[in-house]
Design a protein around this ligand. Structure first.
Ligand code: NZQ
Ligand code: ZN
Length: 401
């Protein structure tokens, strides 16, 4: 087991009564005014926003609100949020929604006390040293942002989507009521589950270890997701399935399943290759859902890198799917590794996720644009399981069409 630091400071309040605890939790921390951030219509339609406001009112916490955050949140909205936060003198952020809303709120929270433009943080020109407290009401389990140290923002003007990470942007509170996810459409449910599995796999295939406890947790989380997703898709109001998915999404990305799999105690586990490849897709077309993009690029990445260490795929196949090579010959190992990747992709497809980049309306002619973006955000060579250069990435994108 490699050295690690595990820091998960968020207080998670989970269950049917979670949202009602919101106002009390904020007031006992002496917050006086929250900036509520939400997306399009879902939080209004479901009544979650109303419940949030009722809880704030009941506990004497004032609020300002900013709605309309789009999926794959955009820089202009962050800038507008920073202006609003400064003029309204809010002392904490209260995102109500999924990863996009939470990340928009995070960027507002660390951009508010910075004199320059908030994109500087995403461009490597500034380091996050201050951040207002963030309390999350999660309505879409997927990105894991409710417990993560990451924030991902798109900049449409330059067709870029970039992430930043810092422990101080981890939310201090997360209110998670699985019933708020009953209204999720099948596509978002499936994309969310895919994203969670990708968060676990990015760390599992980090090229580091061994880390037995972490591996056992990783496999059991994925098995739980594979068992729960079809139940939630068949019956969107299946509380136990929704609850399992919601909590698995947090544990998939609060770094628990990275412990011992990073190269040092100061870094995050994994090279995040599939995420890097996917972020370029949603950078050039913000209508592409992050999890759906991952459903296509992650199996393509796996097939490209599997030969670097087939034994890791054999362990994954054994612990997640019960796949075993017929014998120890190279051919049998290869066949079992390949079956493992196929089974994972078939699971994504069975939930309604796409199999190829064509299904997004993308053309192979856009690969160079994707590669240009990738080079800007990740440099000339990236990846931990196997180092990848521009031509490797080209081959992966090509195989995904
Ligand atoms: O806008 P509304 O009307 O609220 O609709 C949203 C949105 O259209 C809808 N939705 C949310 N809760 C709902 C609901 N619909 C019905 N019922 C509910 N209860 O779902 C749609 C998608 O929401 P979004 O927040 O975009 O999805 P997700 O949570 O998957 O977040 C994706 C974003 O997170 C980033 C992604 O890159 C992407 O920008 N990520 C953030 C990470 C982090 N901060 O740690 C890590 C991830 O790897 C990821 O990169
Ligand atoms: Zn993700």
């Amino acid at each position: 087991m490699n050295d690690f630091t595990f820091f998960s400071p968020t207080k998670f309040i989970f269950g049917r009564e979670a949202i009602d605890a919101l106002g009390g939790e904020l007031s006992k921390r002496f917050f006086r005014k929250a900036l509520i951030v939400y997306g399009g219509a879902s939080a209004v339609k479901s009544g979650v926003l109303k419940r949030v406001k009722e809880s704030l009112d009941a506990n004497g916490v004032a609020y300002e609100e900013m709605g309309g955050v789009r999926p794959n949140p955009e820089l202009q909205q962050v800038r507008a949020g920073i202006e609003l936060l400064r003029s309204s003198k809010c002392d904490c952020l209260l995102p109500v929604g999924g990863g996009s809303v939470i990340d928009c709120a995070k960027a507002i929270a660390f951009g508010a006390d910075y004199d320059g433009d908030v994109w500087d943080f995403f461009d490597g020109k500034a380091k996050i040293t201050k951040c207002l407290p963030i309390a999350v009401v999660l309505t879409l389990p997927a990105a894991g942002s409710e417990g993560s140290a990451s924030c991902v923002i798109s900049n449409d003007a330059i067709s870029a989507k970039r992430g930043v990470g810092a422990d101080i942007i981890r939310p201090i509170l997360a209110f998670m009521d699985p019933e708020t996810t009953f209204s999720l459409p099948p596509y978002q449910t499936a994309a969310g589950v895919t994203d969670m599995i990708a968060h676990i796999c990015e760390r599992y295939f980090s090229g580091q270890g061994p880390a037995l406890v972490t591996d056992a947790l990783a496999a059991s989380l994925i098995r739980t997701l594979i068992a729960s997703a079809p139940k939630a898709l068949a019956d969107p109001r299946d509380y136990e399935a929704r609850a399992a998915i919601m909590w698995a999404g947090t544990l998939a990305h609060n770094d628990l399943v990275g412990c011992g799999r990073a190269s040092s105690a100061k870094t995050r586990a994994g090279g995040w290759e599939s995420h890097a490849l996917e972020h370029e897709l949603s950078a050039i077309d913000p209508k592409i859902t992050h999890g759906a993009g991952l459903a296509v690029v992650m199996p393509a990445w796996m097939r490209y890198v599997v030969d670097a260490d087939p034994s890791r795929f054999i362990a994954f196949g054994r612990d997640v799917f019960g796949i075993a090579p017929a014998d120890s010959s190279d051919e049998s190992v290869k066949a079992a590794a390949s079956e493992t990747i196929n089974r994972l992709q078939e699971f994504f497809v069975s939930m309604g996720m796409p199999r190829s980049l064509k299904e997004f309306g993308l053309e192979e002619s856009s690969i160079d644009q994707l590669l240009d973006g990738l080079e800007k955000s990740k440099g000339k060579v990236f990846g931990a399981f196997k180092p990848l250069g521009r031509e490797d990435a080209r081959a992966i994108y090509k195989s995904a069409f």
